[in-house]
Design a protein around this ligand. Sequence first.
Ligand SMILES: C[S@@+](CC[C@H](N)C(=O)[O-])C[C@H]1O[C@@H](n2cnc3c(N)ncnc32)[C@H](O)[C@@H]1O
Length: 389
Amino acid sequence: MPGRAPRGAPYPVGAISSRWYIFEDAMSAELPMSDQPPRVNVATRVAYGVTQLPRVAWYVGHSLLVRQLSNQARRREGSGRSPARASGPVPDRRRLYADMAALLRRDLANVEAGIYPLPADHDGSLARLIERSRLFFEDLPEIHRRREAGMHQEVWTEDTRNKRPRYYLQNFHFQSGGWLTDDSAKRYDTQVEVLFNGTANAIRRQALPPLQEKFLGRDQRRLRLLDVGCGTGRFIDFVKQAWPRLPCLGIDLSEAYVAEARRHLKRWCWLNLLVANGEAIPVPDQSQDAVTSTFLFHELPPIVRRKMFGEFARVLKPGGRHVIVDSPLNGVEPDYDGMLELFPQNYHEPYYASYLGEDFGTIANERGLTHIRDDNAFVGKVMVFDKSE
Ligand SMILES: C[S@@+](CC[C@H](N)C(=O)[O-])C[C@H]1O[C@@H](n2cnc3c(N)ncnc32)[C@H](O)[C@@H]1O
């Protein structure tokens, strides 16, 4: 059952929402997945542009300002740290913008193909956006201080050390609070969108087409999806926009992030969110039709990646699908190789270098999953794996 405590978990596990059980009563009527032909019209394109372009402009603006502030701080204070260096090529702004445009065109094409509806990013009101932006800028001096001093262990304390795995207790991205505080959970989405120039959600949505391939023509209420490392719930939001009655379970090791996900996803039912470890997933064997993870694997040590793949293979039903969205790997898009080198130097990403060289096909194969394909999505990569029937 989803509510079973994870084996040997030393941390509290969130209560099972009663909503989790509602779908069990609603299984009688068939509800096929939509296979209607797409409706292409100008209104869709205009609506897409009107929602996505200002959003991209907002975060590109943040990104340019951050760069300026960071350069100013370095000039003002000097820096003992040698600047980050890359041996490979780094794409210039023009190339980045061209690739962002290609991603957005693909996102729109997916909408026009009927794979998912016109996306709602649910960023909240302008007041909320400004408040999130304020929180983001407020943390920049602290991030700068940690980066310059090479400090990233502030969240490993007497209080936390026995409650979470050691690898987890770090200030990833040099951010205040690591994964552990409410403020970190409130800042996270702005940080990610600034890093990706407002395309993080569009990248996450590229996991939906491989899911649709598996779900098409099936009763969504009879399927099960598990999102591991669900963070603040942004990916689950898009899953629910595409399949509102698909029962979803999101798990994450952070109480603060799960609380933020509950707030963000409160419009949906057929949904449960738990504080739990992806290394010991609290669901039975062969219970899930799909397991997803977005921007999780580059944050994990190699041994944990393998353990999680073992868990995914265990919980997937025969014929089930696993979709990863994460950073590209080395050599996939050579023009970006230098940028992939710079990223872990500028943000605290202790496992990123090992991620870049990881052979996910072999990891999957050794655990009974088959690597089906990879798709590139700007600074994201979608990896698709199936469990045999
Ligand atoms: C970079 S964030 C990605 C969050 C989200 N999936 C997204 O698309 O933004 C990584 C998340 O993985 C969670 N995490 C890290 N290790 C985990 C583990 N062993 N089990 C469950 N969640 C974990 C962190 O708490 C954090 O919320």
